[in-house]
Design a binder for this molecule. Structure first.
Ligand SMILES: Cc1cc2nc3c(=O)[nH]c(=O)nc-3n(C[C@H](O)[C@H](O)[C@H](O)COP(=O)(O)OP(=O)(O)OC[C@H]3O[C@@H](n4cnc5c(N)ncnc54)[C@H](O)[C@@H]3O)c2cc1C
Length: 265
């Protein structure tokens, strides 16, 4: 079960370097693999819950890492060996087992993180910095709208698990097809809509669905994660066409069409 963000400022604990190993791999849908990463290093992992994410570190093969590999050691190495960074969400944290789950969309065997996730083996070392601050789960609004493509499914799943019983939630997730749907347990009063992309362009269905949505009465807030252009359009839509307070919209570019994440981090 995900760790609930209940303590004061819990969603803002600072991150640090973590050195973990792959414990298990599980193909949860045809295009998504769950990696369980663990180790003694996670005995003091400070979870921020919700949509917290980490930056995975990919060093060039052959780079000798000093041991123990700490945040200071990573910083000292920067002038000679700069890692490529890729952002991934912590889908679940089991503190008693010193392990976390991360879910990887398999969008291409030649892509850095996606290709790595397809070929990784138990015992492989995985280095990451995190966690990031997280979306506050205790809602001050009457309802919450969650919008995302498959890259945001881990965050949407974690947020749904933490939202309080009875809170009204609409969620819409765009995935390739029906086989990519997955269970999203929650105690909230949630209606989840799956949008099957099939031959349509990434984000088209999500955009159309969000713009046509009949929103509940009262004050609401919107969380979203998907391709950059789609998030930009929806941010504009909710603030300017629907009149939501900018502070109640939290729409994040999870990836950018035609660009690697090297250009973003
Ligand atoms: C805060 C945050 C949390 C995230 N959490 C997750 C997560 O939990 N799980 C997850 O799978 N992803 C997650 N992502 C998205 C992930 O970081 C990107 O998809 C990333 O680009 C993948 O790196 P890569 O090395 O595989 O591809 P890159 O080298 O970055 O990109 C290579 C090419 O693939 C394209 N591309 C990238 N992602 C996709 C995609 N999903 N579908 C189609 N084309 C794509 C790019 O446009 C580029 O042309 C998250 C992103 C952010 C910002």
């Amino acid at each position: 079960m995900s760790t609930a963000a209940t303590e004061t400022h819990r969603n803002r604990r600072p991150g640090r370097i973590h050195v973990t190993t792959v414990r298990r791999m599980q193909r949860i849908t045809p295009r998504m693999v769950r990696l369980t990463l663990g180790g003694d290093d996670l005995s003091e992992f400070s979870s921020n819950g919700s949509d917290q994410h980490v930056a995975l570190y990919f060093y060039e093969p052959g780079v000798e890492l000093p041991r123990p590999f700490t945040t200071d050691a990573a910083r000292a190495l920067l002038p000679t060996a700069k890692p490529r960074l890729r952002r991934y969400t912590i889908r679940d944290h089991r503190p008693e087992l010193h392990e976390v789950d991360m879910d990887f969309v398999l969008h291409g065997p030649d892509q850095l993180a996606s290709g790595w996730a397809e070929t990784v083996r138990p015992g492989d070392e995985v280095i990451w910095f995190g966690p990031s601050p997280a979306y506050p789960v205790a809602p001050a609004t009457d309802w919450t709208l969650l919008l995302g493509d498959e890259t945001a499914l881990p965050a949407i799943g974690a947020i749904l698990e933490e939202l309080p019983p009875g809170h009204r939630v609409l969620a819409a997730v765009e995935v390739a097809d029906r086989a990519e749907e997955q269970p999203l347990p929650t105690r909230a009063d949630a209606t989840v809509t799956w949008l099957h992309r099939h031959d349509r362009d990434h984000g088209e269905l999500l955009r159309e669905h969000a713009i046509a949505l009949q929103l509940p009465d009262g004050r609401g807030r919107v969380w979203g994660g998907a391709e950059r252009g789609v998030m930009r359009e929806l941010r504009h839509h909710f603030v300017h066409a629907r009149g939501l307070d900018r502070a109640d919209t939290h729409l994040t570019a999870y990836w950018t069409q035609g660009e690697t994440q090297d250009s973003e981090v």
